[in-house]
Design a protein. Structure first.
Length: 176
């Protein structure tokens, strides 16, 4: 009797199919791990607002003001802003922004930035402000592959920036 008429698979065919199945499962699990890490990074970025937007907000407030009343360590008071007097103040590791009307009544307060390590403001010439800012920023992985526990490094990195800004008109008055 010839064996060609028998239906079924040989042992070699089953082993090849099993190896291909194991490779497909391994690739799918690696893709799942990378997707989970990207989701964790995206969630972490949502918890920490993007720094460029916060710096643009601060820069916009300074440029919209006609001057500043006081400037020092941990505070900056901007006058002549369309919203009123704007006060930036560092309390702990948070940068607070508060707006006051012409009578000194608070119009609103917010905490636009958390993780501020140091903040200082100093006049740097005629109507020129120097803002020094140090803050913590969540460290972003440079690779999609998960690092070994010993090579992960810090979860945050320290950044420092210095800005030179001038209120609108550089002291030329409200009509600028």
């Amino acid at each position: 009797m010839a064996r060609e008429s028998e239906a079924g698979f040989t042992l070699i065919e089953l082993l090849v199919a099993l190896v291909l199945l194991i490779l497909a499962v391994a690739l799918a699990s690696q893709l799942f791990m990378e997707s989970a890490l990207q989701l964790a990074d995206a969630t972490a970025e949502q918890a920490d607002p993007t720094v460029p937007l916060l710096i643009d907000r601060l820069r916009g407030d300074v440029l919209a003001s006609s001057g500043f009343a006081s400037c020092g360590v941990d505070h900056l008071e901007l006058t002549g802003h369309p919203a009123g007097t704007v006060l930036y103040e560092r309390i702990g590791n948070e940068l607070h922004r508060e707006v006051f009307d012409a009578t000194g009544k608070p119009l609103g307060q917010s905490v636009p930035w958390r993780g501020v390590i140091a903040w200082s403001c100093a006049p740097a010439g005629f109507r020129l402000l120097r803002l020094d800012l140090a803050y913590r920023l969540r460290a972003v992985r440079r690779s999609l592959n998960a690092p070994l526990p010993g090579t992960r490094g810090d979860a945050y990195e320290l950044r420092t920036e210095t800005f030179f800004l001038t209120p609108r008109g550089a002291g030329l008055g409200e009509s600028w």
